[in-house]
Design a protein around this ligand. Structure first.
Ligand code: AHR
Length: 513
């Protein structure tokens, strides 16, 4: 709406005692695509304390654990119903040799983690330990194969080791190492970021290698993983274009990576806390570019795969800030604030809108690394605002997306950066309820959203809100509950209309009654 029309409308509303509200219509009669639970997937790489210390402490640790995995962290992750975990990398995957991580732990070779801080890699966490973790979480497994320094034979044998129910030597080795039945591998990726840390390849060269490798990834039908091609990032559509053309008969989908940097520049990304409003809005604006990236990648895929057989798997996304002072730069440790929860929620809303193509995503990363759910320090842990965003959005896992229209949504701007004030998403949950998520990107004032569900009288909305006084509100070990969700509800007025007042800089998820 142009500013003059909006001003006149606002004056009329005030004169009549009403509020100026954006109008949200949910078309509940036109169900869209199902939001695959794996859209809420996580990523755990051998990076910093993302696995060692953060989740894995070993069975002999004084920190209470089950099979070496921390009970407190696993318990918290179960509460957000983690559906899928990607492992072992990232860049680490292309230097990981799976045979180093099986058999008695004390006999495993120690390697150097050349990508991340040059620290010793004990290989204490290997295939069996990873599957213990996903079993404890009740999650599915996404294993990333090594194309960079591995081979078709190495990946073929890993898949056989994990999935074969035969009496082959490799299947028997798995049994000897403690797992009789095949592991359930939901996804297997051939390499990671082949355009960069995964081998600096061209998409054409990668396609040829992928075809060769995929040919030899044999698994019994009921244990066969979805095989994923490692795609491009940011604005580069070449990878999606080439891979969807070349590999459409041999892949379940193509991955895509996009990280949100406040400044948009890798040299100086921006701080995780203590930032000004210009970096709040630039972060919001940069993260909203995910929508455009998905649209363009989808269009590239549609050319070669109009039936949408392939998925677009955003298997790395999230905020990436300058590392915290005094920490190992190779460990990618950063604080996590209300801004991160807003980023997470904005991306969820985008993923829901593209649920027909985006069937899996993995935030980077699960614990202690980049936009983490959980931060640990020895035996202590804190839950981050991002954790709470995931918790609030649980009803959207497996839900059926519903079309929405948002009219008269005002802009929020700082200088020449402008973003829509409200972001919304609606879905029919697996429990039959109608769920609504709302984000107010404006840190300075509440946003009013008038709700309209044709064919249904909306009496009330009930759920939770996540907000705080400061843009960089965060939890610390000294103050672990500084920011957490609070109950939220709103009821229809005497006129039968319901307007949700979304607080400034807030995320809301409610059931619509
Ligand atoms: O998530 C951290 C790193 O970012 C991953 O290892 C790599 O794939 C990406 O560049």
């Amino acid at each position: 709406m142009n500013p003059i029309k909006r001003g006149v409308l606002a004056l009329c509303m005030l004169a009549s005692g009403g509020v100026f509200a954006a109008e949200l219509t949910i078309d509940a009669a036109k169900p869209g695509a199902v939001i695959n639970k794996d859209v809420y997937g996580q990523f755990a790489e051998h990076l910093g304390t993302g696995i060692y210390e953060g989740i894995w402490v070993g069975p002999k640790s004084k920190i209470p654990n089950t099979k070496g995995w921390r009970n407190d962290v696993v318990g918290a992750l179960k509460d957000i119903k983690v559906p899928l975990v990607r492992w072992p990398g990232g860049c680490f995957a292309d230097e990981y040799h799976w045979r180093d991580g099986i058999g008695p732990r004390e006999k495993r070779p120690v390697k150097v983690n050349t990508n991340w801080g040059g620290v010793d890699e004990s290989n204490a966490v290997g295939t069996h330990e990873f599957f213990d973790l996903v079993d404890l979480l009740g999650a599915d497994a996404y294993v990333n194969g090594n194309l960079g320094t591995g081979s078709a034979q190495e990946m073929s044998e890993w898949v056989e080791y994990m999935t074969s129910d035969s009496k082959s030597t490799l299947a028997n080795l798995r049994r000897k190492n403690g797992h009789d039945k095949p592991f359930k591998v939901a996804y297997f990726a051939v390499g990671n970021e082949a355009w960069g840390c995964g081998g600096n390849m061209s998409p054409q060269y990668y396609s040829d290698l992928y075809k060769q490798v995929e040919t030899f990834l044999r698994a019994p039908q009921q244990y066969r993983p979805k095989i994923i091609a490692s795609g491009g990032n940011d604005n580069d559509l070449t990878w999606t274009d080439v891979l969807s053309k070349e590999l459409k008969k041999q892949t379940s989908g193509i991955s895509f990576h996009y990280y949100t940097l406040p400044t948009g520049k890798w040299e100086v990304k921006g701080a995780s806390t203590g930032f000004q409003e210009n970096e709040w809005i630039s972060t919001v604006s940069n993260t909203l570019r995910m929508d455009d990236h998905i649209r363009k990648n989808t269009a590239a895929m549609d050319k070669h795969d109009p039936e949408k057989k392939l998925g677009l798997f955003v298997d790395e996304w999230g905020t990436w800030y300058d590392v915290e002072k005094g920490t190992n730069p190779g460990f990618l440790f950063q604080q996590n604030t209300l801004r991160d929860a807003v980023v997470a929620a904005l991306n969820f809303n985008i993923f829901h809108a593209h649920a027909d193509r985006v069937r899996m995503t993995n935030i980077a990363q699960m614990v202690n690394v980049l936009q983490a759910m959980i931060i640990t320090d020895k035996d202590k842990m804190i839950l981050t605002p991002t954790y709470y965003a995931y918790q609030m959005y649980v009803p959207f896992q497996g839900a059926t997306s519903l079309p929405i229209t948002l009219k008269d949504n005002p802009d929020y701007s700082v200088g020449n950066v402008k973003v829509p004030e409200v972001s919304a998403s609606a879905a029919r949950g697996t429990d039959g309820k109608l769920y609504l998520a709302l984000v107010n990107t404006n840190p300075n004032k509440p946003a009013d959203v008038a709700l309209n569900v044709p064919g249904q009288t909306v009496k009330a909305v009930k759920g939770r809100v996540l907000t705080a006084a400061a843009m960089d509100a965060h939890n610390t070990f000294a103050s672990p509950q500084a920011i957490k969700p609070a109950p939220f509800s709103a009821a229809a007025g005497a006129d039968g209309k319901l307007t949700v007042k979304v607080p400034a800089k807030a995320v809301i998820v409610v059931a619509v009654e």
